[in-house]
Design a protein around this ligand. Structure first.
Ligand code: PGA
Length: 250
């Protein structure tokens, strides 16, 4: 049995006061979430605050991105060792917003995935198709290409210490969720791809769904065989909504 993971991607949101209040709200309700692990990925500048508040609690934290290098002249960037230094467990890599707004290619994403693992972080590797790609019937080939870039560089065994998030780009922040069947179909495809390479790893790796997941649709999505949690954007900014998604796994 894979234990679900519900991870919040705060994106570029939150002041110190708002973040502090949000964490307080999560901590108040965390005991009601019995069947899922929780994690939050705040903007880098808020990680110290979040780390201080979450240390010793059951909620993990992570970064939203990292540089492929460990240190050096890379103005504005944050490295894996820095995230580890602040107690991060996870780091998101290859989010579609980074792929589309910052030109991150499959190759760049694969490099970041490797850097995360090299520095003791669990990468949450995001994959997913755009609306045009779905309509053109290329969803599986797009997801396969995104995964192959990582398989080819780091091998299937690396997925023993990674999380995959399937996030159809057309469902992110749009209020348009994939139907449980649409999501399950792609999750099964992803797991099948892993299984063809290593059945034991395929059975273990958590494959999260992301894209307008909220308390009202979470239970149905999470009940699908190959959906092992969620990567939550908008709903992770409201403590009760995020906890509600966690409880949907109970
Ligand atoms: P959303 O974002 O929940 O706001 O759709 C999900 C994500 O981008 O990870």
């Amino acid at each position: 049995m894979r234990r679900p993971l519900v991870a919040g991607n705060w994106k570029m949101n939150g002041s110190q006061a708002e973040s502090s209040a949000l964490i307080d709200g999560l901590l108040e309700g965390t005991a009601t979430v019995k069947n899922a692990d929780l994690a939050v990925c705040p903007p880098a500048i808020l990680i110290p605050l979040v780390a201080t508040k979450l240390k010793g609690t059951g909620i993990a934290w992570g970064g939203q991105d990292l540089n492929v290098n460990a240190s050096g002249a890379y103005t504005g960037e944050i490295s894996g060792p820095m995230l580890r230094d602040f107690g991060c467990t996870y780091v998101i890599v290859g989010h579609s917003e980074r792929r589309s707004y910052y030109g991150e290619t499959d190759e760049i994403v694969a490099g970041k995935y490797g850097a995360a693992q090299q520095h003791g972080l669990i990468p949450i590797l995001c994959v997913g198709e755009t609306l045009e790609e779905r309509e053109a019937g290329t969803t599986e080939s797009v997801v396969a290409r995104q995964l192959d870039a990582v398989f080819n560089k780091h091998g299937i065994a690396s997925f023993a210490k990674a999380v995959i998030a399937y996030e159809p780009v057309w469902a992110i922040g749009t209020g348009k969720t994939a139907t449980p069947q649409q999501a399950q179909d792609v999750h099964a495809f992803i797991r099948g791809k892993l299984r063809a390479l290593d059945a034991a790893v395929a059975d273990k790796v958590q494959v999260l769904y992301g894209g307008s997941m909220k308390p009202s649709n979470a239970a149905e999505l999470l009940s699908q065989e190959d959906i092992d949690g969620g990567l939550i954007g908008g709903a992770s900014l409201v403590a009760e909504d995020f906890l509600g998604i966690g409880r949907a796994a109970n």
